[in-house]
Design a protein around this ligand. Structure first.
Ligand SMILES: C[S@@+](CC[C@H](N)C(=O)[O-])C[C@H]1O[C@@H](n2cnc3c(N)ncnc32)[C@H](O)[C@@H]1O
Length: 250
């Protein structure tokens, strides 16, 4: 199954996620990039939610993503002198000659890896591309067992104008696949276009993690030092945590 993000999803991504997600993670990731003196790689750059402002602030940042539709949206925003910073590559087997001081995979990129062998290859590939002392940061949500089991049915998570007079609405439904540890998500995007109502579904699985599985995974990798934070303010995991933020150091 392809996990590439479709064109319609990429088209409305900025509008929806600057609104839904910036307040949660943006200060944290932008702060980590800002305090890095050296080269940064963002994996799963998407349409450039962090990439663009970091570049404007002067970061020496590179980006990879596997979805051509997402990369195309980002490319349109970049000057020709910065196009070389972006490439279509997967976290599993990307390759650069250079080594990085910070590698980040923000906002569920790692949850797109369904297979154990891809997860371990990805972490070790990141390790290979870090300088000694360099860090790798990624996040995953902590499964809320009630909504995981019951699933979500037709929850509207965005409804607004994308241009004057034209609206876009996104509706999310989920179903668990417990034995394969997946949440199968059905995104329905409905939008107005040239006087018509359009709609498109995108079905995609996300691999959910529990705490000790993540710990085992990192401990099986080449990283020897890591910690898992429970929020984007730097707090330890606690009963109220809704995020795993994994910080590994080479
Ligand atoms: C939820 S988006 C996050 C985008 C961006 N980091 C942000 O925070 O807005 C996840 C991104 O990961 C990308 N992705 C999924 N699997 C990937 C892989 N194996 N390697 C690199 N990128 C991947 C998707 O194409 C998508 O752009």
């Amino acid at each position: 199954m392809s996990h590439e993000y479709p064109e319609t999803f990429a088209r409305f991504y900025d509008l929806i996620y600057h609104h839904l997600r910036d307040s949660a993670d943006s200060a944290f990731y932008l702060g980590e990039i800002r305090k890095t003196k050296g080269r940064v790689l963002e994996i799963g750059t998407g349409t450039g939610r962090f990439f663009l402002s970091s570049l404007r602030e002067g970061a020496d940042i590179y980006g990879i993503d596997i979805s051509p539709s997402m990369v195309n949206v980002l490319r349109e925003k970049l000057n020709s002198k910065d196009q070389h910073r972006i490439s279509l590559q997967s976290i599993v087997d990307f390759s650069f000659k250079t080594r990085f001081d910070l590698i980040i995979a923000p906002f569920r990129v790692f949850m797109h890896l369904i297979e154990k062998k891809d997860q371990i290859k990805a972490i070790n590939n990141v390790y290979l591309h870090l300088k000694r002392g360099g860090r790798f940061i990624f996040d995953a949500f902590i499964p809320d067992l009630k909504s995981l089991l019951n699933g979500i049915t037709n929850q509207v998570d965005f409804d607004g104008e994308y241009e004057p007079g034209n609206r876009v609405k996104r509706t999310v439904s989920t179903k668990p696949d417990l034995i394969n540890q997946l949440i199968n998500i059905d995104f329905l995007i409905e939008w107005d276009e040239t006087g018509e109502k359009k709609q498109e579904h995108w079905l995609t699985p996300l691999r959910y993690f529990f705490r000790y599985e993540l710990e085992h995974l990192v401990e099986r990798s080449d990283f020897k030092n890591y910690k898992i934070l429970g929020d984007f303010n730097g707090n330890e995991l606690n009963q109220k945590s809704v995020e795993f933020i994994v910080v590994c150091q080479k």
